[in-house]
Design a binder for this molecule. Structure first.
Ligand code: Z5A
Length: 221
């Protein structure tokens, strides 16, 4: 595909991983590389990314939905995702913008999937995501203990949200669930060692992205 033609089509790249694994950091860094290569880029996140979905995010992370059970929480994440896709992601992709999203459907599989059966998760994913599946998913893999330390060092006085306050073994089980997902879908999900310094992870992610989408840059930088 010619570079001009590639620029006319938006691509959808999602970032997944545990808390503090560096997703927000790497979204920004990859966005900078892509913009430098001439692409229009939208940085977004889940839950959130549209006004209605941001309202649902506040409700979910406050923990107010927790006592309604995992199925209700999963449905709220799905409702937020549906709005985000409809009002932010799909319009951007249709306009030729590359969308970089901090967490997406794999987070539901991992966070809600540990408490729900696979059929429920499959059904919710089918209803919300439809055909707008990520072209590439970057999984930042880090031992849970290290991610939690990084998140705490970033903001030592912050009140822990609904998911952050859970114990380290729960976060480690999620890490293993992400790795299992990557094993089951290696064509879409690429795993990166997020314990390396941020600039090394940045270089690895940009290299993988250039290769995946055949992005040519002067001198390969
Ligand atoms: N959730 C769910 O249950 N179901 C769903 O379907 C979805 C989400 C979509 C949203 O949390 C919560 O919602 C999430 C899952 C649940 N809960 N948890 N846990 P969020 O959006 O508020 O936060 P997060 O997604 O967990 O990410 P985070 O804590 O903000 O971390 P991060 O974005 O991965 O990392 P960061 O902010 O880029 O980096 C953290 C710190 O480490 C920071 O000080 C950096 O400067 C530093 N850093 C970054 N990279 C490095 C490297 N390589 N070395 C050293 N230090 C680094």
């Amino acid at each position: 595909m010619s570079a001009d033609k590639a620029r006319a089509m938006g691509r959808f790249i999602t970032f997944e991983g545990g808390e503090g694994s560096g997703k927000s950091t790497q979204v920004k860094l990859l966005a900078g590389h892509l913009r430098g290569a001439g692409y229009a880029v939208l940085e977004t996140r889940e839950p959130g990314g549209s006004p209605n979905a941001e309202a649902i995010r506040e409700y979910l992370l406050s923990g107010k939905a927790e006592d309604k059970g995992p199925k209700a929480e999963a449905m709220l994440f799905a409702a937020a995702r549906m709005d985000h896709l409809e009002n932010t992601i799909r319009p951007a992709l249709q306009a030729g913008t590359w969308v970089l999203c901090d967490r997406f459907m794999d987070s539901t599989r991992v966070y809600q999937g540990l408490d729900l059966d696979a059929q429920t998760i499959d059904l919710l994913e089918k209803i919300t995501v439809e055909k707008t599946r990520p072209d590439m998913t970057i999984l930042l893999d880090l031992p849970a203990k290290e991610g939690l330390n990084r998140a705490r060092m970033r903001d030592p006085d912050a009140v822990r949200d609904r998911f952050e306050k859970e114990e380290e073994p729960v976060h480690e089980a999620r890490r293993q669930a992400f790795l299992k997902l990557a094993d089951s879908d290696p064509g879409r999900i690429s795993v990166f060692d997020a314990s390396r310094p941020a600039h090394i992870v940045e270089t690895m992610v940009w290299k993988a992205c250039r290769r995946r989408f055949d992005i040519r840059t002067p001198m390969g930088v």
